[in-house]
Design a protein around this ligand. Sequence first.
Ligand SMILES: [Zn+2]
Length: 264
Amino acid sequence: MEIVTGFLIFVLGMCFGSFINMLVYRTAVSYGLMKKIKVKDDKYSFCDYCGTKLSWRENIPLLSWVLQSGKTKCCQKVLPVAYPFVELLTGILFMGQFLILDFQLSGIAVVSFLIITLMIFSGVFDALYMILPDFSTLLLLALALVLNLANGNLFQDSRGYLWSTVGSGAFLGLLYIFTRGRGMGMGDVKLAFFMGALLGWPNILIAFYGAFISGAVYGLAMMATGRAGKKSLVLFGPFLLFGALLAWWFGGNVLDLFNKWLAY
Ligand SMILES: [Zn+2]
């Protein structure tokens, strides 16, 4: 039964991935980062290049991209690989969330899936445009508070959550000042408040550890392949979000292991 549910969650995730792609596109247009295509009615999905309304067959996550060999049907333009990638990633992370956090389908589950969705949106948008949209960070912060109120974490350890929220924002804020914005942007500092509010103390430490390690690995890989540029040096949002996800999913286990190791 769990396999069937897991598969349904995966498909649901791919649909949310499709929504993320649309949100990325529309946010980029509203920020003036992308040219707007003229369409009669933008309530429907339309082709990014010529504005033709898309049929349901062109709207199936991942499958449409594969069946159309990565091109639009209407004007034969190459569709970004980011589209199917984001759909697949969201499907996998939805399934992972369901299997790892092992919760019943409830209000809490809905909030946590919304958090995952916005985390992917912010990470993808930052990777593409070097901006972490404020509306997404604010929504994430609000949802993290709702989640930890609903599951009782905030009542159990309100001081821990307060300190991890303020502390992680202050920590990245100081780093931002000392590196004069060369290592990260203000968007990363704002995102740190969300991370602290989601994870609490000391789990937030695991998130930062994961973020700095994965960011460093990425930086080294870029340098080794000669692709390091100004962009790859400042890109930090996706790594912060990766670290946050790691801590969210596995932080409890890591802390348990660490405590056992200390006792040993
Ligand atoms: Zn087209």
